[in-house]
Ligand binder design. Structure first.
Ligand code: SAM
Length: 309
């Protein structure tokens, strides 16, 4: 089955939830359960390695099972693919920041943002799907995320001038995509179970409809008064949903530019749709031991004379 294929091809990853446990204590706990800290990209049996780029992300051999693991059950360890840790790391909100996660459910990236804020600041998390919002709420409780308000709303209908969002400087935008980067979608042609992604391989017109809505939602983030930084991410490998969306967003929003996100991440976007591509991160099974992924970081261009200050 697709799940079996995924297990045999990709390592398993855990993000240590630093709202619950420190990396040092997590490593000690793993040692006590018979795991050894190793080195190199592909850990051997009962060996794990710390991710070289993503802080607090730990890589295990492909068939590792964490079923019934107490640290998973109490929200200290989050089963989160390496690629899915890119957006919050690329957003890197400073302590105290107000953040909007506009397509948040089920909330792995939201809780990663919360871990970076470390109990400071505020997260406003939106998702238009009620069932997924309920999951988001219970996950945030499990992961110890307190500084958060969850709204089951279509983010496109949220007013950018609302008083509550007056200080929101950072936006994480991880909208619905084709899901074509997910290994599970490449070995199965069945429909996706949830709204987070389609079944992976869509027609050209379906893809361009997705790209249009992705461009609109990123652009909506940029209309918020205090918006300084937006990350846009997909688990798609299609340029039309990735580099082409970045180019369209930049064309529509001249006050924003793309900046190099996660400079230590080697695999970059293509130049097929303009010079911003290589500023973005790409991920693939072959190069990065993770699912196919894309992330761009946009920043508001400083007003003339403000850059040095
Ligand atoms: N960021 C999530 C995580 O890391 O767990 C995964 C998000 S999933 C790729 C996309 C989500 O966006 C879906 O839950 C979907 O319901 C939501 N969504 C799509 N368009 C939206 C909109 N206009 N407003 C609010 N939520 C939206």
């Amino acid at each position: 089955t697709a799940k079996f294929e995924q297990k045999i091809h990709l390592p398993r990853y855990i993000r240590v939830n630093t709202l619950r446990v420190s990396l040092e204590d997590a490593v000690r706990n793993l040692g006590e359960s018979g795991w050894t800290l190793g080195t190199g990209p592909a850990p051997d049996k009962r060996c794990f390695v710390k991710d070289p780029v993503i802080a607090n992300c730990i890589r295990f051999p492909p068939q590792s099972s964490f079923h019934g693991n107490a640290m998973v059950d109490n929200g200290s360890f989050i089963l989160q693919d390496r690629s899915s840790c890119i957006p919050a790391a690329a957003l890197a909100p400073p302590k105290g920041a107000h953040v909007i996660d506009c397509c948040a459910a089920p909330g792995n990236k939201t809780s990663h943002v919360a871990a970076l804020l470390a109990g400071t600041g505020m997260i406003f998390a939106f998702d238009r799907n009620e069932k997924r919002c309920n999951t988001l709420r219970s996950q945030m409780e499990k992961f110890g995320v307190k500084e958060i308000e969850v709204f089951c709303e279509d983010f496109m209908h949220v007013s950018p001038t609302e008083e509550r969002h007056a200080n929101v400087t950072h936006f994480l935008c991880d909208p619905t995509c084709s899901g074509s980067g997910q290994l599970a979608n490449q070995v199965s042609s069945g429909p996706a179970e949830e709204e987070n992604q389609s079944s992976g391989w869509l027609s050209a017109s379906d893809l361009s409809a997705l790209a249009e809505s992705q461009t609109s939602i990123v652009s909506h983030c940029m209309t918020f008064t205090a918006c300084q930084v937006v990350t846009y991410s997909t688990c798609s490998v299609h340029e039309v949903e990735n580099e082409a969306v970045v180019a369209a967003v930049l064309a529509k929003n001249p006050k924003f530019r793309a900046v190099k996100c996660l400079p230590d991440w080697e695999h970059r976007g293509t130049t097929a749709h303009g010079p911003a591509g290589p500023l973005c991160c790409r991920a693939s099974h072959e190069a990065d031991f993770t699912n196919g992924f894309f992330c761009c970081r946009f920043e508001r261009i400083p007003k003339k004379g403000a850059e040095q200050g």
